[in-house]
Design a protein around this ligand. Structure first.
Ligand code: ADP
Ligand code: MG
Length: 703
């Protein structure tokens, strides 16, 4: 491909999209498939047969040799098993390329090696993948050649979800049903489907691959477990939106090209706050497609980075003391005929449907703040949420000036009669155009912010799937819609009932609204006064999954059964314990084999130097001072290492995933921090040429 190309020419060229289906499928089959895609009608095996044949022909033309059911088990990443299209050789030794309808719609990967959180103990190991025809198949090109990837859901022999996709699709059905009920109340009889739209902004770091390979912590855990701060951090704000360096620009170009070909609408790219940190955002899509695409984005970032001699770090906190990475999950509800239920219009105070939707969302977020918090919990995110970084662990909603004013009117009087207007910004320069400004400013410190016609959930971790937060959002909002419709559908005077309901919800749940600085100490106190949960860590967040409230919620809408919820909690505890265990062992390894020997080497050299200097009758006070400091730190390191080893050994004696996770959080994490401190101090005084790995400065500023 030449250096310059027309995006329109390549966009979606590797996707079995609607246009391809129209071209390749008989009209009748195309229509029948659409009934499944659009209306959820069961898929006729005969239709699957024809689609499979067309898909195979198309994929082979693109160069595909294999196909795979691409699924999202509870490992946090995607999984795939490749099968080639070849059949057994014919008598003359030649082969055919084959792909049946059955192979398209159902796969059977062995489920026993994927996390099941106890579901497996009671059921067979068999697992099935089922074609999600609402997310288009695509051909992916990489070192292994070309593979036809078929997005699928993954479940156990008894139909229990073993993945993220299944509950996501269930939650989409729930929000669709309840949203349709709601819009019918307002006289909409034409929309036939309501789907959550999601745009996920992805943050990431890029470091030089050669330097990456010299750090075991990055290799094994995705983050640095040691590292002193460089002389320069992000204090100058010169990286954010700064000019993109050529090496990075060339990487971004390739990322975009790969993504566009796979139909991912990569749209925005820029440097982020921290040095070596960047962001990529696609245009929003239906939530299940957005989830798939976000996985593709993450995989593409990593793959292309390798081609450029770079490594992409998706960890939430690759460098202590430097801004971490997250994923902003922009969420709205869109009808099949293009109406956004979260669009307030120019005069929100008159838009009763919007006000009901808004008050339902506030109610949902207030009632289930714990579930939202949990949905963003992963071991890496513990270093952001509730730690030394934004966003805070307390869930609150930012509405902004205009909506807050309308909400105040509604709470005070039950009626809203005006909406604040945006106005014009005068730049004071006659050649610049006057800018029309939004009615509301942004608030970057809020975990759940209204941004014009969507909510932006900012807690999600950069490495995590966006499935969980969207499952929660869809379901909690479905519940609030359902409860509102239960009241309104029965009301004698709907208009009065509607006013009362909006006022009631807003009054009862206004505590969840916070428009101030979410990073401030005062907010922590204020939130506590309001009784809002402040859940500091993943281990403390997980219990939210299995409360009575949560079991009732997910059960009512058929999103999770109780045993699915319990299994998920179990898996999360296990994941946490495993992640910390790997980190602790990596620290022990690095301290034992790299840092302590480096310090011994340096102190030895110093001692020799001191003797040599003194031998010629000269004092060596500086050398002696550094030797003393170094020896002290070496001793502290050794003690902290022994302490970490001791707590780490005990962990294996603890029974039960929950107890183990709690132990890691309570005992192992602090022991890790204690080991890090003296090592980082050593790094500041040991001769750089003797330090066994690249520093933060080398990693962050020499990409
Ligand atoms: P920022 O939040 O950085 O200002 P934008 O507002 O342009 O950026 O968009 C951020 C993300 O939100 C993008 O992925 C965009 O496609 C997505 N987005 C925009 N409108 C909607 C919507 N109605 N529903 C869901 N996502 C949306
Ligand atoms: Mg944003």
């Amino acid at each position: 491909m030449s250096d310059y190309f027309n995006v329109a020419d390549i966009f979606g060229e590797n996707v079995f999209n609607d246009k391809v289906m129209q071209d390749k499928l008989p009209n009748k089959i195309y229509k029948q498939l659409h009934k499944t895609i659009d209306e959820g009608k069961e898929l006729d095996p005969m239709v699957a047969e024809v689609v499979a044949e067309a898909m195979k022909e198309w994929a082979i033309e693109k160069g595909a040799t294999h196909y795979t059911h691409w699924f999202q088990p509870l490992t946090g990443v995607t999984a795939e098993k490749h099968d080639s299209f070849i059949t057994a050789p014919r008598p003359d030794g030649s082969i055919l390329m084959d792909f049946s309808g059955k192979e398209l719609i159902k796969g059977e990967p062995d489920a026993s090696s994927f996390p099941s959180g106890g579901l497996r103990a009671t059921f067979e190991a068999r697992g099935y993948t089922a074609w999600d025809c609402t997310s288009p198949a695509f051909v992916r090109k990489d070192a292994s050649g070309c593979v036809l990837c078929i997005p699928t859901a993954f479940c156990s022999y008894t139909g229990e979800a073993l993945d993220q996709k299944t509950p996501l699709l269930r939650s989409m059905e729930a929000i669709n049903t309840q949203s349709l009920r709601l819009i019918r109340l307002f006289g909409n009889t034409s929309s036939r489907k309501v789907t959550p739209s999601v745009g996920a902004e992805q943050e990431y770091f890029l470091v030089d691959a050669e330097k990456f390979r010299q750090r075991k912590d990055l290799i094994y855990t995705g983050r640095t477990l040691f590292g002193a701060m460089p002389p320069k951090g992000q204090e100058l704000d010169d990286h954010y939106f700064g000019t993109i360096r050529q090496r990075i620009a060339s990487f971004m170009k390739d990322v975009n090209e790969d993504l566009w070909k796979m139909g991912v609408t990569s749209k925005t790219q820029h440097n982020e706050v921290a040095p070596a940190q960047h962001e990529l955002a696609p245009i929003y899509a239906k939530v299940n497609v957005a989830v798939d695409h976000n996985h593709l984005v993450m995989q593409t970032l990593k793959r292309v980075a390798s081609r450029h001699g770079l490594k992409c770090l998706l960890h939430e906190k690759p460098f202590a003391g430097v801004n971490g990475s997250g994923k902003h999950n922009n969420w709205s509800l869109t009808t099949d005929d293009g109406i956004n239920l979260l669009d307030p219009g120019k005069t929100p105070h008159e838009n009763m449907q919007f006000l009901l939707v808004l008050s339902c969302i506030l109610k949902a977020v207030d009632l289930h703040a714990d579930l939202l918090r949990e949905s963003a919990a992963d071991p890496g995110n513990d270093h952001r949420l509730g730690a030394n970084e934004a966003p805070p662990a307390i869930v609150s909603v930012f509405l902004g000036e205009q909506l807050q004013d309308v909400v105040n009117q509604l709470i005070d009087t039950g009626n809203a009669t005006w909406s604040k207007k945006g106005g014009v910004i005068h730049t004071g320069v006659s050649t610049l155009p006057d800018l029309f400004k939004d009615a509301t400013d942004r608030n970057r410190t809020s975990p759940f912010a209204f941004t014009g016609n969507k909510f932006e959930f900012r807690m999600v971790g950069s490495r995590d799937s966006i499935a969980s937060p969207n499952i929660v959002l869809n379901t909690i909002v479905a519940e609030a819609f359902c409860e509102a419709c239960d009241v309104l559908e029965k009301a004698e005077d709907q208009e009065i009932a509607l006013h009362d309901l909006i006022k009631e919800y807003l009054t009862e749940h206004q505590r969840i609204i916070f428009n101030g600085n979410g990073y401030s100490e005062e907010w922590v106190k204020e939130a506590q006064r309001r009784g809002l949960p402040n859940i500091a860590s993943m281990v403390e967040a997980i219990p939210a999954l299995t409360t009575e409230k949560s079991i009732a919620l997910f059960g009512k809408f058929g999103v999770f059964t109780e045993s699915e919820l319990r299994s998920r909690a179990e898996i999360k505890y296990e994941n946490y314990a495993k992640a910390i265990n790997i980190e602790a062992r990596t620290m022990i390894d690095m301290a034992t084999k790299q840092f302590i020997p480096a310090a011994i080497h340096y102190t030895g050299t110093l001692a020799e130097t001191i003797s040599a200097v003194k031998a010629v009758g000269v004092n060596a006070p500086v050398q002696e001072k550094i030797l003393r400091q170094c020896s002290e730190l070496l001793e502290k390191t050794s003690d902290a290492l022994d302490a970490l080893k001791a707590v780490e050994e005990q962990a294996s004696c603890i029974e039960g995933a929950k107890a183990q996770a709690e132990y890691y959080r309570r005992s192992v994490v602090p022991a890790m921090e204690s080991l890090r401190r003296p090592v980082d101090a050593l790094e500041m005084i040991v001769d750089k040429s003797m330090w066994p790995m690249p520093s933060y400065g080398d990693l962050l500023f020499e990409v």
